[in-house]
Design a protein around this ligand. Structure first.
Ligand SMILES: [Zn+2]
Ligand SMILES: [Zn+2]
Ligand SMILES: [Zn+2]
Length: 91
């Protein structure tokens, strides 16, 4: 069983009280499908089902490896570097 080796880069575990949307899409007037939060810096970006894939673009430009879902009721995390899905807290 593999484990994410980037847990020491996680600074943001909980979502902010209000998630307005993908930061880049809001700036450009584009649409998104689902939202992801960078767990290193708190950046909100859109998922790979969205036209602009800003969460992936954020990883590629910054190297911040771990995002979590910013969707209501979802608490899974995804490491781009390890290509691994996991939960930070069980349950
Ligand atoms: Zn990792
Ligand atoms: Zn976006
Ligand atoms: Zn980040």
């Amino acid at each position: 069983m593999s484990t994410c080796t980037h847990l020491d880069q996680i600074e943001h575990v909980e979502l902010p009280a209000e998630v307005a949307g993908c930061e880049e899409c809001l700036a450009s007037g584009d649409r998104w499908v689902h939202l992801r939060m960078c767990q290193t810096c708190g950046h909100i970006g859109c998922c790979d089902s969205s036209p602009n894939r800003h969460a992936t673009a954020h990883f590629q430009s910054t190297g911040h490896p771990v995002v979590r879902s910013a969707e209501p009721g979802e608490d899974w995390s995804w490491c781009y570097a390890d290509e691994l899905m996991f939960r930070l807290r069980p349950g």
